[in-house]
Design a protein around this ligand. Structure first.
Ligand SMILES: Cc1cc2nc3c(=O)[nH]c(=O)nc-3n(C[C@H](O)[C@H](O)[C@H](O)COP(=O)(O)OP(=O)(O)OC[C@H]3O[C@@H](n4cnc5c(N)ncnc54)[C@H](O)[C@@H]3O)c2cc1C
Length: 471
């Protein structure tokens, strides 16, 4: 199969006319003010910022379609914007043009407790939905840490600490409303729990990072809130910690969350404790667990877990009794990297997010750990180990970017050699495009280009993201 090129001969973009048309149509909901442009020039990644020419705040799917029709007419790039919490530069408008903010598409359209389904507009944030669900006994479990928009989460194929139990966005999105580059409104999926009908367009758009269409509505699976209990244990070695997770999973015990913290992360938590922080840990690589059972002292599973932990060089389990105590460890897990970043003034974090088959996880993490040890840039490892997904987070000063890039590349290549992926959850954006052909092969990337050209022939939807440049 040869590589199909995207259209190479465009009419030139007419950004000035597009801006004029958008201002005339949307008034105050189309801004060229420098502070608004400045708020949409970078996401949470290390990637260089770039200003859009205009930011538009549509309030309905139909208004999104109007923006796209104007963008198509003047061939101007459109970069969708959820909350800008992305870590791969996906929402940075690297070619200028229109940033399409989803902030005003913020209505929860329907909650159907009996069907365990919610329908929301794309700009609704996950914490807002969960607050709204509080009295139903249900919740939406996908938790990327940041209070991201559900449209953004669908578009990056997000996951997080809960994925080992509840799956990722791909498993939890039942259907979408999407606006195409030409401004057509398309509904995908249904509210049925399963379907064998037609091509699976929902999963085509999930994870497409705004390059194939703009998501305006999302139908989501909800889950019952389950009783749980949290615990932690330190380990002599990283391998022991990982072997423990594998054995507990094999036992069939329902793990809600299991997170690995390397020794450097544990030191950062302990330094924060010395400054008044909430948790002190033994200076060992540590696992935080959440089990989805109300395990009591006399529960046979409790004993079995303790035995597995001990057999792999773990300390006795420290059970976090009660919801407040449990919350402490999950808050610490969320905040630890913020503390580490503050310890290095002027630094910005760069996070890798490779994912490998769990049998290759120990080797992958030990390799990354050796890379960190050989570098002068402080690096920390935190892993959603139940999924084989881990982050190396570097606290990087501006002149250290080349060094971190080289290490991140090594970590990604190691994952690819183990039949894993360069990105388990953050998406490709700008930063991971260099691995796409290596990961999927040229025929698959060529097919992706064909799909992109069919859905977005003018290449206006988030151009320069996901697919590598043609050489
Ligand atoms: C501290 C921290 C921890 C994080 N941890 C995790 C984690 O554990 N797991 C994880 O998965 N992610 C994590 N992230 C990354 C981030 O939260 C997710 O990628 C999230 O899904 C981005 O959502 P957003 O609404 O902020 O999207 P944005 O950052 O605004 O956009 C992300 C991409 O989606 C596109 N997009 C946004 N909205 C739409 C739409 N409606 N239609 C089409 N395209 C759209 C954008 O163009 C861009 O390409 C973390 C981020 C931070 C800051």
């Amino acid at each position: 199969m040869t590589e199909h090129a995207l259209p190479q001969t465009f009419e030139p973009s007419d950004t000035a006319s597009a801006v004029e048309a958008l201002k005339a149509r949307f008034g105050e909901a189309a801004s060229t003010g420098s502070s608004v442009l400045g708020l949409h020039r970078r996401d949470e990644s290390h990637h260089a910022p770039f200003d859009p020419d205009i930011v538009v705040f549509p309030s309905s799917t139909e208004e999104v379609a109007e923006v796209l029709r104007i963008a198509s007419r003047f061939r101007v790039p459109v970069t969708p914007w959820g909350t800008g919490s992305g870590l791969e530069g996906g929402a940075i408008p690297t070619r200028g043009g229109i940033t399409l903010s989803m902030a005003r598409l913020d209505r929860i359209l329907e909650i159907r407790p009996d069907d365990m389904i919610a329908r929301v507009e794309a700009g609704v944030r996950r914490k807002t939905l969960n607050r709204e669900l509080r009295d139903t006994g249900l919740f939406f479990p996908v938790d990327p840490g940041a209070d991201a928009s559900l449209g953004g989460m669908a578009s990056t194929g997000a996951s997080g600490t809960n994925a080992v139990r509840y799956g990722v966005m791909r498993e939890n999105v039942l259907g979408l409303t999407v606006v195409t580059a030409a401004g057509e409104i398309v509904k995908t999926g249904s509210l049925a729990r399963k379907s064998s009908s037609g091509y699976d367009l929902t999963r085509l758009f999930v994870g497409s990072e705004g390059t194939l269409g703009v998501v305006t509505e999302v139908s989501l699976r909800l889950h019952p809130i389950a009783d749980s209990v949290s615990a932690l244990a330190g380990f002599e070695t990283l391998e022991g910690a990982i072997a423990t997770v594998i054995d507990i999973k094999r036992m069939g015990l329902s793990i809600g969350r299991v997170e690995l913290l390397d020794l450097q992360t544990v030191h950062a938590i302990n330094r924060e404790h010395a400054r008044g922080g909430p948790l002190a840990l033994e200076p060992l690589p540590t696992l935080f667990f959440e089990f989805q059972h109300a395990l009591g002292e006399s529960d046979p599973s409790t004993e079995a877990i303790a035995e597995i932990v001990a057999s792999h060089g773990g300390t006795p389990l420290r059970w976090m009794r009660g919801a407040d105590a449990a919350q402490v460890i999950w808050d610490v897990r969320r905040d630890a990297m913020g503390w580490a970043e503050r310890e290095r003034p002027g630094s910005r974090s760069w996070s890798t997010d490779t994912c490998v088959p769990i049998s290759a996880l120990a080797e992958s993490i030990l390799g990354a750990s050796a890379d960190i040890a050989a570098s002068s840039v402080p690096g920390y490892i935190i892993g959603h180990v139940g999924d084989g997904n881990f982050h190396c987070i570097f606290m990087m000063l501006p002149d250290e970017e080349d060094e971190v890039h080289a290490i991140a590349e090594r970590i990604a290549r190691r994952a690819l050699q183990a039949s894993g992926t360069a990105t388990g959850e953050h998406g490709v954006g700008i930063g991971k495009r260099e691995f796409l052909i290596e990961e999927h092969g040229l025929p698959a990337v060529t097919l992706m280009r064909t799909l992109k050209a069919a859905l977005d022939p003018l290449d206006i939807l988030n151009p320069g993201k996901v697919l590598p440049d043609l050489v």
